[in-house]
Structures are given as C-alpha cells and as structure tokens.
Design a protein around this ligand. Structure first.
Ligand SMILES: Cc1cc2nc3c(=O)[nH]c(=O)nc-3n(C[C@H](O)[C@H](O)[C@H](O)COP(=O)(O)OP(=O)(O)OC[C@H]3O[C@@H](n4cnc5c(N)ncnc54)[C@H](O)[C@@H]3O)c2cc1C
Length: 527
C-alpha cells in the first residue's frame, strides 16, 4: 500500500436506498471497514436529487421502505398511501441517523475510475479537496437505475434565456408561480409535474413526445385502521416475497391495471388492446376539449413502465389538467420541435411558444448510464465498457466476469420490480457471498464465469420473450430512449420470488457460475 493511501475492506458508491443498506450490512453485520461515498451533498440518492414539484413514489408507502427494521415498520409515520419526495428523504435520513451511518459516509465525492490490481481495487475519487486514491478489497456500486439524467440534444438548447431545469437535478428554489412554463416529456415524472403545477403556473405547455396510458393513483390519507392492519400483517407481507410483489403492484394503480386485472395484458396483443381501448375511453370522458383529448390518446401498444398519476377525486389527475384553460398540449409527432430559441420553443409549424421556464422531464440514461461515465478496468486492463460492447449484461444484476470483487446493485439484468425489496435481496446476496468466500480464503476472489453470465442472460431473454414491452417505441426499459444506446434487454422479468429462487439454487448447488473463491489470478491493469 502506498504511503498515505486510505485502505478499506469495502468501498460503497452511492448513498441512496442501496448504499445505505450496504453500509449497514457490511459494516455492522460483517464487521468490515467501510467507506460510503456519494457525489451528492447528502444521503437520499433519487430522493436527494429529484426535488421537482409533485415528486413521489408510486409504490404503496408501506412497501416503499426497508423491511429489516421491524420497529421502524410499526412506528415510523406516513400520511398517505403514496410517499412524497420529502417524506422518503426524511425516512432515509432517519435510518442513517438511527444506525450512526453518517460517520462512514463522505459526500461531494465522485468515483471517477478504478483498477483491479490482483487482490483489490485502486479507486480514484474526486472530492472537495481534489483527487485521491483509496484501496478497497470489495467495491459495491449503488449507483441507481435512474440517476444519470438524460438531457435531449435539441438545436439551440443552450441559447434559451429563461430558466431551464432537468427534473432529476431540480434546483430547490425554482419558483414557477405566475410563470409561462413549458415541459418536454410525459413519462412518469412529466405527468407528476404536470398534475402538480397546472393549477399554479400562468400557462403550461406540454410538449408531448408520446401519449401515455396513465391511470390515477387513488392516493388518499392513511387511516388508523389501515395502519393497524398493515402493522398486524407486516411479517406475512415481507416474508412472503411473492405477496410483496403482488400486493405492491396490485395497489400501485398503473401497475395494478397492467398486471393485476387480466395478467396477459403485457403478453397478449388482444388483451392489451382491450386495456388500451378502456383507457382511451376514460380520456374521452375526462378531457372536455376533443382536440386535446385526441392528442392525449395513445394508439400504440400499452407496454411501457405503467404510469400512475395524481388523485382523481381531488381534480388533480393528469388528464384533468387539460381541462384548465392555461394548460395546453403540443403533439411533437405532428409538430416536432424545430429548435429552442432565446425566448422559447419553435415548433415545425413556425410557432414560437414563449416560455419563462423550460422543464426537461426527459428521463434518464437508465441502468448502465452511470457506469459508462467511469473508467473501470478489470483483469488485464479490460474496461467495463469493452465488456458491455454487445450490450450491458451480468450475473444476477450483480457480477460481471473479469471484474472480481465488484458488485453492482441493480446492474443490468437485475429484477424489474419495486426497488427496496430488490435492493435488499441483492445486498443480502452480496453480504452472504462475501462471508462464504472469506471462509475459504483470507483474500478471496468473487467472480462470475462467462458461462454463468451467459446462462443468466439466456434465462432473462427467455422470460422476456413473450413480453409486448419489446414493441413500445423508445422504451427506456430496453435502452431505446437514448440515441446510440444499444437496444437490448436490461431486466430480469421473473419477479422477486423467481429471483430469490435463482439465488437459493446457486447456493444449494455450491455457486455454479463462479470461479472458485480461493483461486488467485495474476493480472496487470492500467488506469
Ligand atoms: C422520480 C422517481 C420516482 C421513483 N419512484 C419509484 C417507485 O415508486 N418505486 C420504486 O421501486 N422505485 C422508484 N424509483 C426508482 C428509485 O430510483 C429507487 O426506488 C431507489 O431510490 C434507488 O435507490 P438506489 O440507492 O439504488 O439508487 P439512487 O437512489 O439513484 O442513488 C444512487 C446514488 O449514486 C450516486 N452516484 C452515481 N454515480 C456516482 C459516482 N460516480 N460517484 C459517487 N456517487 C455516484 C448518485 O449521486 C446517487 O445519489 C423512482 C425513481 C425516480 C427518479
């Protein structure tokens, strides 16, 4: 070790749901010396960055949290059926304080590159006080599925003279009241913003790239009886993994609609069209202006991430916003954006839509986006980018061949489901495989084989083969929302119970798909 170099057993990158739980598990349960870093100014991950108006989880409150603290599950408050951004952030801060995790966290610190040197990782980090190198035997990446913002490459975008903000990096002090606001994007985030600000701004022009099949959330206050029922049933809820998946998605409106009504909606074209027709009829019923309704109605397959919007009973659902005279829609398929100018957006029909504020609800370079920004060199100097030349892949969403002792949480081909249980499953897996490996060697090497990764990849392909999700144009689930990004499968669609079963089988069969843990490999790497 070079003089002055810091040394850790485990470096954890990211301080969201994944990083917080990794630190707690590896430090407090395994007794490892850990450091957790994040480029953000504090903990929270998604919920630190996404401060836009209306930001909320669309997973039911009682399962959008950790399952392992039974006391917290029974006592920590939540007011409504869906938790809003400040509450999720408050909850994560509370967990960090309760378990005294902050003392091993470092903020405003970005991982820029790392290399495997045969026994561990040399990691370059950029912090407040410049660049420094640390060594760690294990590196755990909790970088988040949805954390690298996607800023569209539109002609003239840098010349806009008003205020411009991406929802994934929202300046907390951006005032919208009384302003002429434009928003590009009507995915999950876009519809949350539109539903929240329609009644507050002077005008809201929604530049719609894709019409959406959105279903109101049915959000409402949590009653004492409901909370009591949840508390009394928590053990059952969390212990039965299939039940978590089912209940969570059932209650999650858009998710329920897609997966809980007729469960062939995502695989059978006829059943899918039945659901589409129903939602189109709802749009016609809700939106009074037939021209706006026409633009809002999707006609493609219902096969994107299901969307859930505001509370229909309080007049704040997504489609209801378009009954406000100050809220309008521009269908970019009919009239594409020509360019962004100093005063606003000029569309192909020559019209300049004048704006004070432009909101980019344009989503994320999902899954591997953050990895591609770093220089990660595994065995023989091989980069992660090289390894993913034909599309990002892994074993269990966690391991990549040639990158020993390197663990991703929700890397490519991780489970497509409510995130906290998926994160918990992967952190528990990482902790258990480290424990197992350390039993066989004092400096173990935990590394997937190529065959192990290919086997997982084939299983994921098989599970997704019948899904209509493939048919949706520009779907981020397959990487198709980013120009130049490879269109390929990025998730395991077998549900949480299937995922747990695969992990269980791997342990029972003595870790097929892995190089024996005690094996050493000579290697050289360049940074
Ligand atoms: C608006 C929104 C709503 C969502 N709603 C739901 C929902 O209802 N249900 C659900 O299951 N999921 C939802 N998600 C997904 C959500 O991201 C996850 O639920 C969860 O918060 C992910 O936690 P994480 O710790 O894995 O990643 P994140 O919370 O994304 O944290 C990753 C952290 O890594 C840091 N980081 C990245 N690169 C580096 C680097 N090079 N160096 C240092 N730090 C780095 C980032 O700064 C970030 O803080 C939502 C996401 C968004 C954006």
């Amino acid at each position: 070790m070079a003089a002055g170099e810091e040394h850790y057993d485990a470096l954890i990158v990211g301080a969201g749901f994944a990083g917080i739980y990794s630190l707690k598990t590896l430090r407090d349960d395994l007794g490892l010396k850990c450091l957790c870093i994040d480029q953000a100014g504090d903990v929270g991950g998604t919920w630190y960055w996404n401060l836009y108006p209306g930001a909320m989880s669309d997973t039911e409150s009682y399962v959008y949290r950790y399952s392992w603290d039974k006391d917290d599950l029974a006592t920590y408050p939540w007011k409504e059926h869906y938790v809003k951004q400040p509450e999720v952030l408050g909850y994560l801060r509370h967990v960090v304080e309760k378990y005294d995790l902050r003392r091993d966290m470092r903020f405003e610190t970005r991982l820029v590159g790392m290399e495997w040197d045969g026994t561990g990782w040399r990691v370059r980090m950029q912090g407040r006080d410049g660049e420094r190198v640390v060594r760690a035997r294990y590196v755990v990446m909790g970088l988040g599925l949805l954390s690298k913002q996607n800023v569209p490459d539109i002609r003239g975008i840098d010349g806009f003279e008003g205020e411009m903000a991406h929802t994934g990096k929202w300046p907390g002090d951006l005032a919208l009241e009384g302003k002429r606001v434009g928003i590009i994007g009507s995915g999950s985030t876009g519809i949350q913003v539109i539903s929240e600000i329609g009644r507050k701004v002077k005008t809201l022009t929604c530049f719609q790239r894709h019409p959406q099949y959105s279903v109101p959330s049915g959000d409402r206050k949590v009653t004492t009886e409901y909370r009591q029922w949840v508390n009394e049933n928590y053990d059952e809820i969390w212990n039965t993994r299939q039940r978590i998946f089912q209940e969570n998605w059932d209650k999650g409106n858009g998710f329920r609609f897609m997966f809980g009504t007729f469960n062939d909606i995502s695989t059978d074209a006829e059943a899918n069209e039945g659901a589409c027709e129903f939602i189109r009829s709802k749009i016609d019923e809700i939106v009074k202006d037939p021209e706006k309704a026409r633009k809002l109605k999707p006609h493609d397959v219902y096969a994107r991430r299901p969307l859930c919007d505001g509370n229909a009973s309080s007049g704040q659902s997504y489609f209801e916003q378009f009954n406000r005279p100050n809220v309008d829609i521009v269908d970019l398929k009919e009239t594409p954006i020509d360019q962004i100018e100093a005063k606003g957006i000029r569309t192909g029909d020559g019209h300049l839509h004048e704006l004070d504020v432009l909101i980019l609800a344009t989503g994320f370079d999902a899954v591997e986006g953050n990895y591609n920004r770093m220089r990660i060199h595994g065995r023989e100097g091989k980069t992660l980018k090289d390894a993913w030349n034909d599309g990002p892949t892994s074993l269990f969403g966690v391991h990549v061949p040639d990158f020993p002792n390197f663990f991703m949480i929700n890397g490519p081909l991780g489970a497509f489901t409510n995130q906290p249980p998926a994160i918990e499953a992967q952190v528990a897996w990482i902790a258990s495989i480290i424990q197992e490996a350390e039993r066989s060697s004092s400096s173990p090497v935990i590394e997937a084989t190529k065959e192990g990764q290919e086997g997982w990849s084939e299983l994921c392909e098989k599970l997704a083969a019948d899904s209509l999700f493939w048919k949706a144009e520009d779907n981020w689930i397959f990487g198709a929302n980013i120009p130049g990004k490879k269109r390929c499968l990025r998730f395991y669609f077998g549900g949480m119970s299937g995922f747990h079963e695969e992990l269980r089988k791997c342990v029972a069969n003595h870790y097929p798909g892995f190089i024996p843990f005690a094996q050493e490999h000579a290697t050289t790497a360049k940074m």
